[in-house]
Design a binder for this molecule. Structure first.
Ligand SMILES: [Mn+2]
Length: 577
């Protein structure tokens, strides 16, 4: 186990949270810790927002035919649901329809021909389409208005659509804001046109869900405010049905619905439907949020024809099944590819490149997830690629920023000069390479990464001496579990060479595979790891260096700081004490 300090922070219990947050790039600490309405930005900082709102209002007043194109991920579903519900609040008879994509596609590409010939007067594209320049022009020529409400980066504004986009809006400082977030701002302006200030707040719950599911950073206090506040006031019955479906996992340790709960237990269900759901299930997923209480035939085991269930309840259950289905497909695919890794000795290389073809029947949507599994299993960067007719190998890459010599797999590949392209994030991206360059790339990796270079280095916030009094600091961190989320990582610590006796180790749990010991008022806990217990009890006395996260335990009115051990080194000290 190797570890390094990420930064030098003072070991001070009073100021530690401020230091930890500012080290993570939070500029407005006050606004982060105490999210409030004061951090809501003026929606008019978004370009074109008045034009967009006026355009929608005009079409609603004219009783136009309006089409909502629902983007195929959770953010897209929430963005469309918010607009749909809002419009129906004021215009229950609006001629509003929606369309979902067949596959994981975005924008207009797959549906442009149908829409061009349709009789819709207004096409609304939430969470997509900012850069569909030529399709916008085609629709303009077909006398249709196009309204884009989006958060994806684009080169410029379209000439043939009204585009509201926080990335393109120079005056709008919140760039880590999902499509549903921009829709929320749009609805705030609609409130004024409808003469109903504050009406849009009804939809803050869906805005929160979307921002969590879309992995938006909470660095900007506006995003954080909508997430924290929106999850406090869930009103949508579809959202409630998903919370109910997952209530056991959600409320095992806490009474409140928070960021982590949504990220771990709700978003994955929605994402599973998006990835492996049938077309019908995708449609019903959207219905769950816009018509949650509509009754449909239940397909629960043992249900008879005529047994009806509310669509949201039915769909929350099916989403949980979709998640299981997705996990099974993932397991089968991992097994299949693992055989390929062994057969072709792919582990002889420092980076793992696995080729798949159509016969393997591995859904495109799961390849990134499977790739991430291989990174963990074989402890090296991985790519899963398919060969196209022009001889390019294209697919997903995944890495791990704790690999000492390859903390950024994307940059590593780009540095080889052999790639056709690599697009995305440092350790989660898409790539393309011509087959004629593959051997050279492997050779490049094998020479540029040493045998040691793939060993894990844990980058931590604090390294403590065992005899330092860091308990109060741990307690202050543990008291604020809701400060951490995507991009604002949970603090991690190392405590060096804690002396212990074998007898100190307290074994717990049904299977006697969890354990804890105390030292200087801090509890060191390890769950479900019998290897650890075996190693830790191998010597009568030992030193243990632990790497872990911070929790607290309240028992009989006393709160004790805990370190949840994630990795460790044990040394024999039998003859040392
Ligand atoms: Mn999005």
């Amino acid at each position: 186990m190797k570890y390094k300090l990420k930064w030098e922070l003072p070991h001070d219990a009073v100021t530690c949270l401020g230091w930890l947050l500012s080290a993570r790039g939070v500029e407005d600490i006050e606004g982060y810790v105490y999210p409030s309405k004061d951090y809501e930005l003026n929606p008019r900082l978004l370009d074109n927002i008045d034009r967009g709102a006026a355009l929608l209002k005009k079409h609603l007043d004219n009783d136009s035919n309006i089409l909502l194109v629902q983007d195929c991920d959770t953010d897209g579903i929430m963005s469309s649901a918010m607009l749909w519900l809002y419009i129906k609040d004021f215009y229950p008879k609006a001629k509003l329809e929606y369309v979902c994509h067949e596959h994981k596609q975005h924008g207009l590409e797959d549906i442009i021909d149908d829409i061009e010939e349709s009789d819709y007067d207004l096409i609304i594209l939430p969470d997509a389409s900012s850069n569909d320049y030529e399709y916008h022009e085609r629709l303009y020529n077909a006398h249709k208005d196009v309204l884009v409400i989006d958060h994806h980066e684009a080169e410029r504004y379209s000439y043939y659509a009204v585009v509201i986009n926080n990335q393109l809006s120079k005056e709008y400082p919140n760039k880590s804001f999902s499509g549903a977030g921009v829709v929320y701002k749009f609805l705030m302006v609609m409130d004024e046109l409808m003469g109903k200030p504050g009406h849009s707040e009804k939809y803050m719950d869906l805005c929160a869900l979307a921002n969590v599911a879309d992995c938006m950073s909470m660095k900007h206090p506006e995003t954080r405010y909508y997430i924290m506040e929106g999850l406090k006031r869930v009103q949508n019955d579809g959202f409630k049905a998903f919370i109910n479906q997952q209530s056991y996992s959600l409320f095992k340790e806490t009474k409140e619905l928070g960021y982590i709960g949504v990220a771990f237990y709700i978003a994955p269900l929605l994402n599973a439907v998006v990835r492996v759901g049938t077309m019908e299930e995708k449609r019903l997923l959207f219905e769950s949020f816009i018509n949650p209480n509509e009754l449909i035939q239940s397909d629960k085991r043992g249900a008879k024809p005529g047994d009806m269930e509310k669509v949201a309840v039915e769909m929350a259950r099916r989403a949980s099944n979709a998640r299981n289905r997705q996990n099974k497909t993932k397991e089968r695919a991992t097994e299949l590819l693992d055989m390929r890794v062994q057969k072709y000795d792919l582990l002889d290389n420092k980076i793992l490149i696995i080729e798949v073809d159509n016969k393997d029947n591995i859904p495109q949507e799961l390849r990134g997830l499977i790739c991430a599994q291989f990174v963990n299993r074989y402890h090296r960067p991985c790519a899963i690629v398919a060969r196209n007719s022009e001889g390019f190998l294209r697919g997903s890459i995944r890495g791990n920023d704790s690999f000492e010599e390859v903390p950024d797999f994307k940059a590593f590949l780009e540095g080889s000069g052999l790639m056709d392209y690599v697009q995305g994030h440092a350790n989660a991206a898409g790539m393309s390479i011509h087959e004629s360059n593959l051997e050279d790339l492997l050779a490049y990796a094998n020479t540029h990464i040493s045998d040691e270079g793939l060993s894990n280095v844990y980058y931590v916030d604090y390294i403590f001496d065992e005899d330092e009094d860091f308990g109060p600091l741990l307690l202050n961190i543990a008291a604020q579990p809701n400060l951490w989320g995507n991009d604002i990582e949970e603090p991690m610590v190392v405590v060096e060479r804690i002396p212990y006796y074998r007898e100190q180790l307290f074994i717990m749990g049904e299977n006697k595979d969890s354990s804890k010991f105390s030292h200087n008022g801090v509890e060191y806990v390890k769950f479900k790891d019998s290897d650890y217990i075996q190693e830790a009890t191998a010597y009568e006395r030992g030193y243990i260096t632990v790497y872990g996260s911070i929790k607290q335990n309240t028992w009989a009115g006393r709160t004790t700081p805990q370190i949840l051990i994630q990795d460790y080194i044990i040394e024999d000290a039998t003859y040392d004490f």
